[in-house]
Design a protein around this ligand. Structure first.
Ligand SMILES: *Cc1c(COP(=O)(O)O)cnc(C)c1O
Length: 387
């Protein structure tokens, strides 16, 4: 059996242990400290220097704390992109609110501005109240149509919480993803652009919001010599050890982004003209995806094989692939939630497959993946001729 090719694995820079060693040497083995501060600062600088960043235990925690600060509570509605990972929507439910799911459009696979407008207008007409927030996602690193989404959000005065968990390093109109909304979440889970083993961050617009985020992330302690609480708090701060890994990873963030783009380019060139298999491309120069994961769409009628057949052949060749995210409006747990769309994300879910995209992959590994697809075609072509 050939060695396993994984979908998306972390790659260390070699600097991580130095920062962890410093934490041990100085006894900063706590959920705050020099690594946390430095990691936050370097993320803020990376994002262009206008935002404040608070490092947290996960991207999910970041979304949760943002929704709390946006005043989301029981009975409220929050608009969320349907085509995403469940972590985008779960925090809405933590707060007793209802997610309202909006479908994607084909250019970016992200929130359709048309259905967003329809959802906002319809919810206001039906409930007499505005949704409390809008959560667009930059899925697989592809920037959402932020100009159109922000225009609708501003028109109705609804704050935007960007889910940039997969989009660190992506840019829309020359500006980094994660800097458009009032808040944005980042994730440093083991499979994302950079890792802290597990972790996340909330990107905030100003010092006040960052302070509030820290307050909720550290059990909401009022200012007093004793422990006094007037709000419910959480234990969501990032550990100084994890932040040491994050600091080390910042040394290779640019090269990780470059490598993922190269991998996308490799797949794109090799599969160019291949019948029935296509890739999502940056729709114009305004969109620069970090290509966190390269995904293909399999048109069964043209290709002669289905997405699922391809996945099984890859698995038999010890190559890990994954169907695209199953839309939230199709998930049993969200069956009752309102949905606005035309089935675009459902179709993508049926035909889409994520290909191995880790920066650790060699050209030889990538060629194994591509050859699997080439061989599918030969088998299916041979079958068609013998029939
Ligand atoms: C990974 C991910 C998250 C959650 O991040 P965690 O750090 O794993 O909690 C949220 N949204 C999307 C789209 C993600 O891919």
């Amino acid at each position: 059996m050939k060695k396993r090719i994984n979908l998306s694995l972390a790659k260390m820079s070699g600097h991580e242990q130095k920062y962890i060693q410093e934490a041990f040497d100085t006894n900063w083995v706590v959920p705050l400290g020099p690594n946390v501060n430095a990691f936050e600062q370097s993320l803020a600088d990376y994002l262009g220097g206008e935002k404040k960043v608070v490092a947290l235990s996960s991207g999910t925690a970041a979304l949760h704390l943002a929704l709390i600060q946006l005043g989301v509570g029981p009975g409220d509605e929050v608009i969320c992109q349907s085509f995403t990972f469940a972590a985008s929507a779960n925090p809405i439910k933590y707060l007793g609110a209802t997610p309202v799911f909006v479908d994607s459009e084909e250019d970016t696979w992200n929130m359709s501005p048309g259905f967003l407008r329809e959802a906002v207008e319809d919810r206001i007409a039906l409930t007499g109240r505005k949704p409390k927030a809008i959560i667009p996602v930059h899925l697989y690193g592809m920037p959402a149509k932020m100009d159109e989404i922000m225009a609708i959000a501003n028109e109705f005065e609804i704050p935007v919480l960007e889910d940039a968990a997969e989009a660190l390093g992506s840019e829309y109109k020359g500006k980094k993803c994660g800097t458009f909304g009032k808040f944005a979440c980042l994730s440093f889970n083991g499979n994302k652009m950079i890792t802290t083993s597990g972790g996340g961050a909330l990107v905030c617009t100003n010092e006040e919001d960052a302070g509030e985020t820290m307050f909720y992330a550290t059990q909401a302690c009022d200012e007093a010599p004793h422990y006094q609480h007037s709000k419910i708090g959480y234990n969501y701060r990032m550990s100084n050890i994890c932040a040491g890994i994050g600091r080390g990873q910042m040394h290779v963030l640019d090269s990780h982004v470059a490598r993922r783009k190269e991998i996308n380019q490799f797949y794109s060139e090799k599969l160019d003209g291949f019948p029935g298999v296509s890739l999502l491309k940056n729709p114009s120069a305004d969109f620069v995806s970090n290509h966190w994961l390269t995904c293909v769409m399999v048109n069964e009628a043209e290709a002669g094989f289905s997405r699922e057949e391809l996945r099984l052949v890859m698995e038999a060749a010890n190559i890990e692939t994954r169907p695209l995210w199953k839309p939230m409006h199709l998930q049993p747990v969200f069956a009752d939630a309102p949905y606005y769309g035309d089935g675009t994300s459902e179709k993508l879910f049926e035909i889409g497959l994520c290909l191995p995209s880790s920066p650790v992959l060699t050209e030889e590994d990538l060629m194994r993946v591509v050859n699997c697809i080439f061989e599918m075609n030969q088998t299916s072509t041979a079958l068609r001729y013998t029939q």
